[in-house]
Design a protein around this ligand. Structure first.
Ligand SMILES: [Fe+2]
Length: 515
C-alpha cells in the first residue's frame, strides 16, 4: 500500500472511540494531582523571534476541547506578551502545539496552558540569539525506558546555563518488554509487545513522557529534535527496517504512523512532508543543520564486504538533502557549522576487533561514496569549523574530522593538517551499550585496540561504558565538548561520576584535551 493508502488507514483509525487512544495500562500511571496535564509541558525549535510550546490534555470523551495558552516574561505569568486559544481533538491524541511568534531574541520566556479552569505547570524556554558570545547546548540521544532511569535528563533539568537540548534520536524504542530473567530490565515497556499500530506508538510516547525526569527537562529547556531508527524500528532505512518482519504489515503504513505520532508528541516545527530536516540559526555563533540519515532517502544497509558498498548510487542523505547541506554549510556565515547527525560519520576501522564486522555498515562507513561527496565539498570550499554531533551508538567518542585519516598526506594528528572540525559522539541516556555486555576492563582493552594510531589515528577520545549527556559549549575561540557521565542508570540518582572535556580551536580544528 502506498502513501495515500497509509494516510487513509491512519485517519480512519482516528475515528475510533477515545478509550482506544492508549493501552489501558497508561491510565494506571497517571498522577491524579496533575489532571488533565499529566504529560506536562514542553517547548522546542526556538528561533530568534519564535518558539513552539506543547502540552497534552487528558480527555475521557472524544469531543474536541479548547485549550488556552499564554507566554510571559516572568515566572509569575504577570507580564504576558502573547496569548490565545486553540482546539485539540482526538485526531492529534489531544496534544496541542503552538508556534508563538513575535518574541525577542535571546530571551527567557515562561508559558502555561489552561482548560476547564485548570492550569498546567509553568514551562520555561529561551529564544535563539542574533549576537552571542557563548552558546551552550546539552546534547543527548538514546533513552531506552527499559535500559534504565533518565538520570541524565534530571541533571540537564537542574542546569540553568543551557540554551537548548539537542536530541539526536532514539527518543523512544519500539521493542516489546524484556522478559529475560537472567538480564532483567529495571522497568518495562508498555505495551508489552513490539509497537506496530497507532495506539501502540501513542502508548509508548505516553509512557516515556510520564517519566518525571524527561518531563522536567522538557519543562525547563527547549528541545531541538531529530529522529533516529527506533522512533520507527531498529536499523530503519527508507524502504524498510531490520526489525520489520514480513508478518508485521506494510512498512509504509508503519512509517506513516510513526511519523504522525512523533509530530504529535515532539515540540517540532510542523511541515507538510513531516520531515525533520531543517536549519536552526543561532546568530553569529552557530548554524545548526538538523539532518535525516534514516528514513528520508537511506538505501538498505549491506554487508561490510559487499561490493555494493562503494556503489555511487547508494545514498544515506539523498541528492536533495546532500545539496541542501553542502550549500548550507558553504554559505553559512556563522562561526561554527554544527551538523546534528544520527550515525557515526567518521571512518572507523574495527577489523582488529572483528574481521566479520570490520566496519559498522549501518553508520556512514556503510555509505562511503556519499561521505566522500561531503568531504570533497568541504575541502573544495576550504570550509572549516564543522562540528558533527552524533548519537545512535551508545558510547562516547571524539574524532578529528578528516578524510581518510590513515593517509599521512591527508592528516597529521600533531599538527592538525587536514582537520576541518570535530565529531563528538554522545553516550546514551540509558540504552544498553558495551558496558552492559562486558566488564569495564575489557571495554578499556577494546578502546585500546580501536584507538591504535595505525588504524584510527583521528580517534582522540573514548568512553565505551558510561551513560550520560554532553555539553557543547561554543564561543569565538573554541568548540568545547564536555561529557558528563552518570553514576548509574539502574536507580534514580542525581550524582554523576566523571567528566571528560575536549576542545577544537577556531580555524585550527585539531582536538585538544582540556585540563
Ligand atoms: Fe539508540
Amino acid at each position: 500500500m502506498k502513501f495515500f493508502g497509509c494516510l487513509f488507514l491512519v485517519f480512519t483509525s482516528s475515528l475510533l472511540s477515545a478509550q482506544n487512544l492508549f493501552d489501558k495500562e497508561i491510565s494506571n500511571l497517571l498522577d491524579p494531582a496533575l489532571k488533565p496535564f499529566y504529560f506536562g509541558v514542553a517547548s522546542g525549535d526556538p528561533q530568534q523571534n519564535s518558539v513552539i510550546i506543547w502540552t497534552k490534555v487528558w480527555n475521557d470523551t472524544a469531543k474536541m476541547i479548547t485549550v488556552s495558552w499564554e507566554v510571559a516574561t516572568d515566572s509569575a505569568m504577570t507580564h504576558v506578551v502573547a496569548s490565545n486559544e486553540i482546539y485539540t481533538s482526538f485526531s492529534s491524541a489531544f496534544t496541542a502545539k503552538i508556534l508563538v511568534l513575535g518574541l525577542q531574541p535571546a530571551t527567557t520566556y515562561f508559558y502555561r496552558f489552561e482548560t476547564g479552569g485548570i492550569f498546567s505547570p509553568i514551562g520555561r524556554t529561551k529564544t535563539a540569539p542574533v549576537q552571542a558570545e557563548q552558546l551552550r547546548f546539552a546534547v543527548v540521544s538514546c533513552n531506552n525506558f527499559e535500559g534504565g532511569y533518565f538520570n541524565a535528563y534530571r541533571l540537564i533539568a537542574n542546569r540553568n546555563d543551557i540554551d537548548a537540548v539537542l536530541h539526536l534520536g532514539d527518543y523512544i524504542y519500539e521493542y516489546g518488554a524484556n522478559k529475560s530473567k537472567k538480564h532483567p530490565s529495571v522497568r518495562q515497556h508498555i505495551p508489552e509487545h513490539e509497537i506496530l499500530n497507532l495506539q501502540d506508538y501513542r502508548s509508548r510516547y505516553a509512557q516515556y513522557r510520564l517519566d518525571k525526569d524527561l518531563q522536567e527537562a522538557h519543562r525547563l529547556h527547549p528541545f531541538i529534535n531529530v529522529w533516529d531508527d527506533h522512533e520507527f524500528a531498529n536499523d530503519a532505512y527508507k524502504d524498510g527496517a531490520k526489525n520489520q518482519q514480513a508478518d508485521e504489515g506494510d512498512w509504509e503504513v508503519r512509517k506513516a504512523i510513526a511519523k504522525k505520532v512523533y509530530f504529535e508528541w515532539i515540540p517540532i516545527t510542523d511541515n507538510v512532508e513531516e520531515s525533520v530536516i531543517r536549519k536552526m540559526s543561532y546568530g553569529n555563533l552557530a548554524d545548526v543543520f538538523m539532518i535525516d540519515t534514516r528514513v528520508e532517502e537511506r538505501c538498505k544497509q549491506v554487508d561490510p564486504y559487499d561490493t555494493l558498498l562503494q556503489c555511487t548510487t547508494r545514498t544515506i542523505l539523498g541528492a536533495k538533502q546532500t545539496a541542501w547541506l553542502t550549500q548550507g554549510v558553504e554559505h553559512s556565515a556563522a562561526h561554527w557549522k554544527v551538523i546534528a547527525n544520527q550515525v557515526v560519520f567518521s571512518e572507523l576501522d574495527a577489523h582488529q576487533l572483528t574481521k566479520k564486522s570490520r566496519i559498522n555498515a549501518d553508520a556512514w562507513d556503510g555509505y562511503p561514496e556519499e561521505r566522500k561527496e561531503l568531504f570533497d565539498s568541504f575541502y573544495a570550499n576550504n570550509t572549516k569549523n564543522i562540528i558533527i554531533i552524533t548519537g545512535d551508538i551508545h558510547l562516547s567518542w571524539g574524532f578529528d574530522l578528516v578524510f581518510n585519516p590513515t593517509n599521512k598526506n591527508n592528516y597529521n594528528q600533531k599538527t592538525g593538517k587536514g582537520v576541518i572540525g570535530a565529531e563528538y559522539v554522545v553516550p546514551s541516556v540509558s540504552s544498553n551499550g558495551l558496558g552492559e555486555r562486558i566488564p569495564r576492563f575489557l571495554a578499556n582493552i577494546v578502546a585500546l585496540i580501536l584507538g591504535r594510531k595505525a588504524i584510527n589515528p583521528h580517534l582522540r577520545f573514548q568512553n565505551l561504558v558510561d551513560h550520560g549527556y554532553m555539553i557543547l559549549d561554543l564561543n569565538n575561540e573554541r568548540a568545547n565538548a564536555t561529557w558528563y557521565f552518570c553514576k548509574t542508570v539502574r536507580k534514580r540518582t542525581e550524582k554523576f561520576s566523571d567528566k571528560d572535556s575536549w576542545s577544537t580551536k577556531w580555524n585550527e580544528n585539531r582536538l585538544v584535551k582540556e585540563k
